[in-house]
Design a protein around this ligand. Structure first.
Ligand code: CTP
Length: 410
């Protein structure tokens, strides 16, 4: 029997990024950023201002990027002596990280007195987006002059990544921290995703539920939540406003996703239902427990020494997906079928029983906790298999499928 190889495409494969560094302590994060961008498949050309070179050397950045760093508009190595033109012409984006308050002020004015600001001004605006990762003290970030400059550069077409909030190098705490290298990598990956769900509201359930037996025990299942979290990330990258209702899992919340943590099926139901009518899409990936102990004990159930086994009466949990699908009008509902056999038959049976337009089948035991999966899309038209791949790649394909169906309905 042949084992399918998971297909994992590099999310920035084939992209060329000009990474500009202006002066700031956060320059140390840019070294790590080059590595992250490389690992994600991008080639990186570093450009540094004079101030940036006071914080980190071009030697470090050259070693990490594998290319000589550009630092001057008078660099005689360029045959036409026009580094400011040449650098941006084959770039998919210019990312300035860190973008200091001073550098943003220069951009707002259209100044071009050194290579980095010059090449930002000289870039072909329609093909080469300008992305800024601000990094500065919180007072500088909050200053009316910076607010004005940020407003201006945005109006001129720049996109801002962050800043984040937290501890600052100066010892103060607040807004203005540059995002971490991995966060900037993820922002960049998201930036390049097609905005197939722009402005759509998407609600997703994920993970297992936990049904209490007593205050210390309960019934749960092996769902890791990874598929649902991947779909939340993919939908957000596609421009959707995403709410993720998560059972008990230890997974990081995808960026810009609103997360509501719940424990039991009843809590999940009560979190989902008030939100559902306002959604364009509902994706039910959660492995919701079908039953719960009818009356959980108030205190820990103790052994009495007789060898007697406690028995408890179970009661059925509400079907969250069926409840959402019965709203008038319902959001576009996507169900998941986690089966151990006969995937297509069970998935189709759920499509009908829950009155939903799309059910995604997967083999639970083969995927629970893993980073890859194989999906079978089942709808009224037929079936389509999505080959084994990492869950994020599959989530992006599923988002494409959902977007197509939404368009067809509209
Ligand atoms: N689901 C739900 N609420 C429940 C049970 C299931 O929203 N109480 C959703 C799941 O999130 C999934 C779909 O319904 O999208 C199918 O879940 P699954 O557990 O596979 O099916 P069940 O309806 O519970 O049927 P069975 O357990 O018999 O396979």
């Amino acid at each position: 029997m042949s084992i399918p190889t998971p297909h994992q495409s590099l999310p920035l494969g084939g992209r060329h990024i000009v990474l500009g560094l202006s002066g700031g302590i956060a320059c140390y994060k840019s070294a790590e950023l080059v590595r992250e961008l490389h690992k994600a498949g991008a080639s990186v050309q570093v450009v540094m201002t004079e101030a940036a070179q006071a914080f980190i050397t071009p030697v470090t950045m050259q070693a990490l990027s594998g290319r000589p760093v550009a630092t001057s508009q008078w660099d005689g190595r360029e045959p036409n002596n026009m580094a400011h033109i040449n650098l941006s012409r084959d770039a998919d984006a210019i990312l300035v990280a860190p973008a200091s308050a001073d550098f943003i002020a220069k951009l707002a004015l259209g100044r071009a007195d050194e290579l980095l600001s010059l090449l930002c001004l000289a870039r072909p605006i329609a093909q080469c987006p300008l992305l800024l990762a601000p990094a500065m003290n919180r007072e500088m970030w909050a200053h009316p002059a910076t607010r004005r400059n940020v407003h201006q550069v945005r109006a001129d077409g720049a996109t801002l990544f962050g800043p984040g909030a937290g501890d600052q190098a100066c010892g103060e705490v607040g807004d203005g921290r540059m995002l971490e290298a991995t966060e900037l990598r993820d922002e960049l990956i998201a930036f390049f995703q097609p905005k197939l769900l722009a402005g759509r509201r998407v609600l997703i359930t994920a993970g297992p539920t936990f049904e209490a037996i007593d205050p210390v025990r309960g019934i749960t299942n092996l769902s890791s939540g990874k598929m649902g979290f991947a779909i939340a990330r993919a939908a957000q990258e596609a421009g959707a406003l995403v709410t993720l209702v998560a059972g008990p899992v230890h997974l990081a919340t995808p960026r810009h996703v609103r997360r509501i943590d719940v424990r039991s099926a009843l809590q999940m139901h009560d979190a989902v239902l008030p939100l559902a009518a306002r959604q364009d899409v509902f994706v039910a990936t959660a492995a919701v427990a079908d039953w719960r102990p009818a009356s959980p004990a108030d205190h820990k159930i103790k052994k009495d020494g007789s060898g007697a086994v406690p028995g408890f009466v179970m009661t059925e949990n509400p079907d969250i997906l069926a409840a959402v699908a019965s709203l008038v009008p319902p959001p576009f509902c996507v169900g998941f079928a986690a089966e151990s056999q006969d995937l297509a038959r069970h998935a189709r049976e759920k499509l009908v029983r829950k009155s939903v337009p799309l059910v995604v089948g997967n083999l639970g035991p083969a995927t629970f906790g893993r980073d890859d999966n194989t999906l079978l899309l089942v709808d009224a038209e037929g079936e389509r298999a999505l080959a084994t791949a990492d869950k994020l790649s599959l989530a992006r394909e599923l988002v494409r499928e959902i977007a197509q169906r939404l368009q067809a309905v509209a």
